[in-house]
Structures are given as structure tokens and as C-alpha cells.
Design a binder for this molecule. Structure first.
Ligand code: HEC
Length: 107
């Protein structure tokens, strides 16, 4: 089979974007975000689809949510357990962005 350089480049790009996403999914799994959030149901935290709806078209939100996930925010007893939102210290900006992309593209 002949494979063009362009095809190879496209496949490589695909593999990389797939990897970033897999990393983000893994982090969401590992950090148990689903304990309080799912894509469509409101649990202790808002559903990600509702956040996507709320922040639709707000270009300043992705960076703010990345920051929020980095530093945590006070939850003022909303969940009855942690006073601080889960913090993802040590997660790379690229992975944080991929996580926020997943949240904001939920429907
Ligand atoms: C202990 C429960 C809990 C866990 C675990 C949790 N969250 Fe949340 N999350 C909340 C609550 C409650 C809010 C709503 C905070 C508010 O409205 O002030 C929230 C809000 C958010 C928001 C929206 C913030 C905003 O400014 O509107 C995002 C994004 C988010 N969470 C992502 C995540 C991710 C990603 C994880 C996993 C790393 C996670 N959460 C884990 C409870 C949780």
C-alpha cells in the first residue's frame, strides 16, 4: 500500500489530538469528577451540558475555567463535603484545556 506524506501527517495529527483527549478523559476518570458531574445530569455539581449552555459564546470562559480548575474555588458548603472545588494542580495546561473543551462541548 502506498501512503502519501500528507496522509501520514494527517494520521499523526489525529493520533496526537486523540492522545490529548484520552489524557483528559483519564484525568476526569481518575479525579472522580463524575462523582459530582456528568454530561447531562445535575448531581452535586451542575451538569456539564448546563455549563456549556451557560457559557456558550463567552470567549473569556475557557481560560477562566482552566484557572478555576488549577486553583480551586470555594464551594461554601454546597456539596456538604469539600469546601474547595477539586483542584488539578500538576495537570498540564494542554490537558486542562482539553478537559474544559470536554465540559464546554457537552450536550
Ligand atoms: C465534590 C463534588 C465535586 C467534584 C468531585 C467536582 N466538582 Fe466541579 N463543581 C462542583 C460544584 C458544587 C460546582 C458548582 C460551583 C458553584 O456553582 O459555585 C462545580 C462547578 C464546576 C465547574 C463550573 C465552574 C464555574 O465557574 O461555573 C466546572 C468546569 C467543574 N466543576 C469541573 C469539574 C472537574 C473537571 C472536576 C474533576 C477534576 C470536578 N469539577 C469535580 C462539585 C464538584
Amino acid at each position: 500500500m502506498k501512503v502519501s506524506i500528507a496522509t501520514l501527517a494527517a494520521l499523526t495529527a489525529l493520533a496526537y489530538s486523540g492522545l490529548a483527549l484520552a489524557g483528559a478523559e483519564d484525568i476526569i476518570e481518575k479525579e472522580k469528577c463524575h462523582k459530582c458531574h456528568t454530561a447531562t445530569t445535575t448531581k452535586k455539581g451542575p451538569s456539564w451540558a448546563s455549563l456549556a449552555e451557560k457559557y456558550k459564546g463567552k470567549a473569556d470562559m475557557p481560560p477562566k475555567l482552566i484557572q478555576m480548575l488549577k486553583t480551586g474555588v470555594p464551594l461554601s458548603g454546597k456539596t456538604g463535603e469539600d469546601d474547595q472545588h477539586k483542584k488539578l494542580a500538576g495537570v498540564s495546561d494542554a490537558d486542562l484545556k482539553a478537559i474544559v473543551d470536554i465540559v464546554l462541548s457537552s450536550k
